[in-house]
Design a protein around this ligand. Structure first.
Ligand code: ADP
Length: 560
């Protein structure tokens, strides 16, 4: 009946454990896997990085606009009045260009006053090709300005109402088998009549744009702290190209070709060029795959840890449950063990008190029984006291230089009679060559008594007890041997645990508390040694306490 209850307890505990830990843990794992699969399938990571890239390019565009504005605005403000003499206008334009080397040429045109003055970058005077190209453009302008300057001036006037001063024209021109980028700002020259047709032109030098302007913008964008996460060892690469054609026109040093992750055309001031961005040496798909793999690895490791934790919790709980069961058995056993000798003592004492015994031998027998039973009681109580001290961490050992053979012999002497009385064959082999050992006399004697007592208790027909003390290299061994019921291999480790008693029904008919061997082990270990058992069921057992000869034993309280 009680067995059945324990089983249900155990099942209940398992169920609770399952519900409380395992289910949430599994749910968490499952959810994480589902989540990762989701992230993988929907390409979340790629999309997030692409958004990041897009915002970087947006910043690049804004920066380009601001930079262009900062260059043109001061130059525009210095532009000469159309009503000045042509020589003055020319001189002013030359000066402006000299001071602003980023521009290729400048033109001032007023239709009504027939003013058309142009100037080419004086700093590039010796670059014939540059000079010729600029001159070509100016000649072209001279042709189309009379026709279109009216409508263009009107457009600029409309923009001025909104606070904007410029119209831009930009694009690519095929020259000498390659394309050249042009970018011209149109605005109203100072002094132009309200309704009149006329225009000022300021053209960017394409070499400046290519070699300085865009590289600077690229550098700026890539160095922005907010964009590059700390410890990012692979910054993105940026490239500027003609919208129609993917060959890089301007690129950051780490541009390594290949397909761009994001490619956007710029608008407004810089028409007809596009910006590309990517990570050199890798692709977003790769990075994402790597990340997902990494997450799976972490998830796997965490899951293992979690499973380990659950397993350990389970083991601990089972152990605690076993211990609880052993403890309750212990209480029952100890009460029983206390009651039996007390009842015997009382019974025999009462008989003696009556004084009706005639046989002298009977007297002796009764006295012997009373003595033996009280000895049993003392041993048991000593065990319990020792045990409780160990449990409380208060057990102290009193180590002293001891003649071990003498100690063993005298301990056995007071027991020999009882052993032989019980019909046991008793053999004792105690070596003489053992130097003094640092031990706690009482503790060692108690260990020996526990072992001998067990040998007495757990033997059936073949009644034999052997005690050997001998020296092996560096240590001394104390063996207690019997030809008793033996211990199954599976239980040979457990018998040293507190309260543990073998499952054999035979054992349960024999009185015991399950404390003896745990004390023996504690004592042996406190001396820097250990105890172990060799046993074959139905053949017998041999317990060996091994103590070091030179090992300085620990002193004071020894934890349980
Ligand atoms: P107790 O003898 O009070 O039950 P012990 O701690 O001394 O407690 O022993 C634990 C268990 O080990 C015993 O219950 C018994 O099952 C087993 N055992 C101990 N000594 C022997 C032995 N000499 N032969 C067979 N079994 C033994």
């Amino acid at each position: 009946m009680s067995m059945k209850w324990k089983l249900t307890d155990r099942t209940k505990m398992l169920l609770k454990l399952e519900l409380a830990i395992t289910v949430p843990a599994l749910a968490l794992m499952g959810f994480s896997i589902w989540n990762l699969k989701h992230i993988q399938r929907d390409q979340y990571i790629e999309a997030a990085m692409q958004r990041e890239f897009r915002s970087m390019l947006k910043i690049a565009e804004n920066k380009s606009w601001m930079k262009a504005d900062d260059l043109i605005e001061p130059a525009r403000k210095e532009f000469p009045n159309v009503n000045e003499s042509e020589t003055q206008i020319k001189a002013d334009l030359d000066r402006i260009l000299r001071e602003h080397p980023e521009f290729a040429y400048a033109v001032v045109y007023d239709k009504s006053c027939h003013v058309f003055v142009s100037a080419i970058q004086p700093n590039r005077e010796h670059d014939q090709e540059f000079w010729d190209n600029a001159q070509d453009d100016i000649n072209n302008a001279a042709n189309w300005l009379p026709l279109h300057s009216g409508s263009m001036a009107d457009s600029v006037r409309m923009m001025e109402e909104k606070g904007d001063h410029y119209l831009f024209e930009a694009g690519w021109e095929a020259r000498h088998r390659h394309h050249v980028y042009f970018n011209i700002a149109y605005f109203l020259p100072p002094g132009l009549g309200k309704e009149e047709a006329g225009l000022a032109m300021l053209s960017f030098d394409q070499d400046y744009l290519r070699n300085k302007f865009f590289p600077e913008v690229i550098k700026d964008v890539l160095n922005r702290k907010s964009i590059r996460p700390k410890g990012d060892t692979n910054p993105p690469a940026i490239m500027v190209h003609r919208t129609m054609d993917r060959t890089p026109w301007v690129a950051s040093a780490n541009w390594d070709g290949g397909k761009a992750e994001v490619d956007v055309p710029f608008e407004d001031i810089f028409q007809d060029i596009s910006w590309s961005i990517k990570y050199p040496g890798t692709t977003l798909a790769d990075i994402s795959a790597k990340f997902i793999r990494y997450m799976y690895t972490i998830l796997g490791a965490l899951s293992l840890l979690m499973l380990g934790g659950i397993f350990m919790t389970y083991r601990n709980i089972s152990r605690e449950m076993n211990l609880a069961r052993l403890k309750s058995d212990f209480v029952a056993n100890v009460s029983h063990e206390l009651r039996t000798p007390l009842a015997l003592i009382r019974l025999y004492a009462e008989t003696l008190e009556l004084g009706r015994l005639t046989n002298k031998e009977k007297y002796h027998e009764y006295f012997r029984i009373i003595r033996e039973e009280s000895e049993r009681l003392t041993a048991l109580i000593n065990n319990i006291l020792d045990f409780s001290r160990i449990e409380a961490g208060r057990k102290e050992y009193d180590f002293k230089e001891t003649d071990l053979p003498e100690l063993i012999r005298s301990t056995l002497d007071s027991y020999r009679f009882q052993i032989e009385q019980n019909g046991f064959k008793f053999e004792e082999n105690i070596a003489r060559d053992i130097p003094p050992v640092n031990v706690d006399r009482e503790a060692i004697a108690r260990s020996l008594l526990n072992l001998v007592n067990n040998a007495l208790k757990y033997s059936k027909d073949r009644k034999f007890i052997g005690v050997n003390l001998y020296r092996t290299d560096g240590s001394v061994k104390l063996e207690v041997q019997d030809h008793g019921i033996g211990i199954p291999t599976s239980e040979q480790e457990k018998i040293f645990e507190k309260f543990y008693r073998c499952g054999d029904p035979l054992v349960h008919n024999i009185k015991g508390s399950g404390l003896g061997l745990s004390l023996v082990r504690h004592i042996a270990r406190a001396h820097g040694g250990d105890v172990h058992v060799e046993s074959v069921p139905d053949k017998g057992s041999k317990f060996t306490i091994k103590l070091p000869l030179d090992g300085a034993p620990r002193t004071g309280a020894v934890p349980a």
